[in-house]
Write a protein that binds this ligand. Structure first.
Ligand code: NAP
Length: 324
């Protein structure tokens, strides 16, 4: 049978490339940890980094909750250290992005933006997730200068400052409540007059005196020169516009796991996350997933790294069982 994936990859097109024992897609904490473990098992793994080297963690100014760095570590620097450690044991790195895969039989085939077709006995998917953006003026320019997508990462920088949180789901309230540890006030700006978040989080948020709510309102612009100074708001019911002073803008309007290229080839839940068991096995034997592509719950550098290590250990076990 000839498989045609999005018109870009068919088995007829396969080149007679060598087959890697382990291919890892993604270069965030999950991908590098998987590479480290697979490399130390002497499988000469290949890491396809994707376009965002280091993943979401690399976008974080300082990571203060990754064990072993009591003074914190830059997100990009941590990514470089992860990479260096994996390469020291023989991980090979391609700065390329997987554009299509064929998981219908082994070896699996991965096609890249760079025009390569790579074959893999086992595959570890560590493609991460991307926070959804508001797509308003000022958002890109002020990211890292008051605009953030991670309260756990950046909350401390807003000690004794005012922040706004955009969104009305579980993430907005959970992260907003976390921010009340630091900020003097946390104002949730939600586009409707009813929260999407679960009842318990809502009760906790309404009971917290630092939490405030602006309903039926969207952010139309993030204003500031070198740092965030205010958000421009528009009330969707009255049409009224206003400027709301704030030092921080935390945006939690959902995440999108980067799993589009795997749709239809392995089990993916209704939110787009790859379904794995506790051994990081996906629905396709020989394919494992780790980090935020498969985790909607923890989303931390340390948990993603742990999942990556576990996925590699399982891939090695799979190879041993299938090579015997
Ligand atoms: P979510 O449930 O999809 O909520 C996104 C929120 O952002 C919604 O309130 C939505 O408004 C709003 N929104 C979306 N696009 C927007 C836009 N362009 N402008 C303004 N507002 C916008 O996402 P999430 O909160 O990240 O949660 C994702 C999943 O993880 C959910 O299943 C959630 O239950 C789960 N989760 C659970 C927990 C927990 O149990 N503790 C914590 C975090 C996440 P509308 O309401 O109007 O659509």
């Amino acid at each position: 049978m000839e498989l045609n994936l999005g018109g870009s990859l068919s088995r007829k097109q396969e080149q007679n490339n060598s087959v890697y024992k382990v291919v890892i897609i993604g270069s965030g904490p999950a991908g590098w940890s998987a590479a480290l473990y697979a490399a130390r098992a002497e499988t000469n793994p290949l890491v396809l980094t994707g376009l965002e080297l280091g993943g979401q963690a690399a976008l974080t100014h300082t990571i203060e909750n990754y064990p072993g760095f009591p003074d914190g570590v830059g997100g990009a620097q941590l990514g470089e250290l992860f990479q260096k450690q994996a390469e020291r044991f023989g991980a090979q790195v391609e700065f390329d992005r997987a554009s299509a895969v064929d998981l219908s039989k082994r070896p699996f085939v991965i096609q890249t933006d760079g025009g390569k077709q790579i074959q893999a006995q086992t595959l570890i998917i560590a493609t991460g997730a991307s926070p959804n953006h508001l797509q308003v003026p000022g958002e890109v320019e002020l990211t890292g200068r008051g605009v953030s997508y991670c309260a756990t990462c950046d909350g401390w920088f807003f000690k004794d400052k005012r922040v706004v949180v955009v969104g009305g789901g579980d993430s907005a309230l959970e992260e907003g409540l976390f921010l009340t540890r630091y900020a003097t006030s946390v104002t949730v700006i939600h586009r409707r007059n009813q929260l999407r978040a679960g009842a318990i989080l809502q009760s906790r948020a309404f009971a917290n005196e630092k939490m405030h709510f602006i309903w039926d309102t969207v952010v139309t612009e993030i204003v500031g020169k070198d740092a965030v100074e205010a958000v421009r708001l528009k009330n969707l019911k009255s049409g009224e516009e206003s400027l709301f002073p704030t030092e921080g803008v935390f945006i939690f309007i959902g995440h999108t796991p980067n799993t589009q290229i795997f749709q239809g080839q392995l089990e993916i839940d209704e939110n787009g996350y790859i379904v794995v068991d506790k051994r990081m096995r996906t629905s396709v034997p020989g394919v494992f997933a780790a980090g935020e592509a498969a985790d909607s719950l923890y989303r931390q550098v340390v948990t993603s790294a742990g999942m990556g290590a576990a996925a590699a250990m399982q891939a090695i076990k799979f190879l041993e069982e299938h090579e015997a």
